[in-house]
Ligand binder design. Structure first.
Ligand code: AHR
Length: 506
């Protein structure tokens, strides 16, 4: 009996010991294996006339934080702080019912309209000139999405003329009369939003959209041949989504520079590991669309590149219309955002624009009260990537344990690597998806020499459900420096964390 009890205790001890042990992994990095240049537009964002994003977000004349144009200076500063490069506007679903002429000229005379996308009353106090003034102040490139839902071809081309033509034409003279004689030269123009979705005002099938968008594209490019056009790609992932992208690319390929993709994910089943694997879908959609781009380019002898603009992505599953999409993000969501960014970096040869949806209050990395701004958990991975991941995406070899999700193996480590030729900095970006195990990883550099110090930036929190609030930042970036000797290092990525290791090459 005594022996039996002792053996049992030994078994329990061994089991617990094994459970508490870290897993191990290997990463090999080779700065010569370039995947593609990282476009600065990968750190884009999106602002829509929806809930408190525009009104009560970036524009709130009554706030103590507002400047003399009504823009909140704290939102402007946080946009710069997060490293946002480009901002899409005015929607989203809103764009498909928006008539831009409602939003120019004397503010007192602008019409109030019912927005059928979200059910709000649109005051039109923020329109083209305001958004472009805000973009300039925020130091972001503006990206305008035209209305190919209820809008007309003339509206689309006249908007380009209003923004980009030198004075001497009807719409450019109107701009000058509104106080802006110099052209804005808006470079990025979206050909409608999510027209593949039945929820969209003016939803169309692929053929009808392609015919209409082709005519809009022609007139817009003839109005200004320097603009870049983004075709409305898939957002509605039923069985026909690849057909949509194929038809759009074959019809519009000669005129467009990008095809857009949208994807939102959520932890609907309260299943951590399933949620951690959710960005694999976006990666598959990117790879399939890259193939469709190749097919259309070869078939139609298109002589300019077409890229992917992943111009809406985020975690969104808790707050719907009645809560004005004001999601509160936790640590787990921050990991998913880091995985999205890893995925865009790994596919940097084809993904040349990505826009987190959205900027402030509405499914956003920053929230405001009437006079205070605070950062959600998702602010931090976005900021880290935008600040550091410039240069080239490089291939890495990763060997680590995996788990099963829908019968597929999902590695516990989600990794991207970046090398900046100018600063000679190497960035190793790692999400450890494991809920309770650290992963001790040996990282080996294949070409060139690592310097003897590295910076480590970590986003983590004791509880994966930890959220930030207006008064407490439980989740934020912590940094430290570590010593490196030789051309490899060992690092333990803590359970449910995002880590960026930054090392200079000698
Ligand atoms: O970002 C919220 C909404 O999500 C956008 O308006 C729409 O394009 C998408 O369905």
């Amino acid at each position: 009996m005594k022996h039996l009890v002792l053996s049992l205790l030994l078994l329990i001890f061994c089991n617990n010991f094994l459970l508490s042990q870290n897993l191990t992994a290997r990463i090999k990095v080779d700065i010569e294996r370039k995947i593609g240049g990282i476009d600065e537009n990968l750190y884009g964002n999106f602002t829509e006339h929806l809930g408190r994003c525009i009104y009560g977000g970036l524009y709130e004349p009554g706030s103590a934080k507002a400047d003399n144009q009504g823009f909140r200076t704290d939102v402007l500063n946080a946009t710069k702080e997060m490293g946002v490069s480009l901002v899409r506007w005015p929607g989203g679903n809103f764009a498909s019912g928006y008539h831009w002429m409602d939003g120019i000229g004397n503010k007192a005379n602008r019409p109030k309209r019912k927005d059928l996308a979200w059910g709000d009353t649109e005051s039109n106090q923020v329109g083209t000139d305001e958004f472009l003034a805000w973009s300039k102040a925020a130091k972001v490139a503006p990206y305008i999405c035209v209305n190919l839902g209820t809008g007309s071809l003339d509206e689309a081309r006249n908007w380009v003329e209003y923004c980009n033509a030198p004075t001497g034409l009807y719409y450019s003279d109107l701009r000058a009369a509104n106080g802006h004689p110099e052209p804005y030269n808006v470079q990025y123009w979206g050909l409608g939003n999510e027209i593949d979705g039945p929820w969209q005002m003016g939803h169309k099938n692929a053929e009808d959209y392609s015919k209409f968008a082709l005519e809009a594209a022609k007139l817009m490019k003839w109005s200004d041949d320097k603009i870049k056009l983004i075709a409305s790609g898939s957002s509605n992932y039923g069985s026909g989504w690849t057909d949509w992208n194929r038809t759009v690319l074959n019809s519009l390929g000669g005129y467009v520079d990008y095809i857009s993709l949208h994807n939102y994910v959520g932890n609907h089943d309260k299943d951590h590991y399933k949620f951690m694997a959710s960005t694999i879908f976006a990666e598959n959609v990117i790879k399939i669309t890259e193939g469709l781009i190749k097919e259309a380019t070869l078939k139609n002898k298109i002589d300019h590149p077409i890229y992917i603009a992943f111009d809406e992505y985020n975690v969104w599953y808790r707050a719907w219309n009645e809560q004005k999409l004001e999601e509160h993000y936790n640590m787990q969501d921050a990991l998913v955002i880091a995985s999205y960014l890893n995925c865009f970096i790994r596919n940097a040869q084809i993904v040349k624009m990505a826009n987190l949806a959205q900027l402030v209050n509405v499914i956003a990395p920053m929230m405001v009260t009437h006079d205070t701004l605070w950062y959600q958990t998702t602010f931090y991975p976005l900021q880290l990537f935008a600040e550091n991941c410039k240069g080239n995406s490089i291939a890495s070899f990763v060997e680590c344990a995996s788990y099963k999700n829908n019968d597929k193996d999902v590695p516990y480590l989600d990794v991207s690597t970046v090398y900046n030729d100018t600063t000679k900095e190497l960035m190793i970006n790692v999400v450890n998806r494991h809920l309770d195990k650290g992963i001790t990883t040996s990282i080996t550099n294949q070409f060139g020499n690592l310097s003897n110090k590295a910076m480590v930036y970590e986003i983590n929190s004791p509880d994966i459900m930890d959220e930030n609030t207006v008064s407490e930042q439980k989740v934020k970036t912590k940094e430290k420096s570590i010593n490196v000797s030789g051309n490899s290092l060992q690092y333990t990525f803590p359970a449910h964390s995002f880590t960026m290791i930054k090392i200079k090459m000698n």
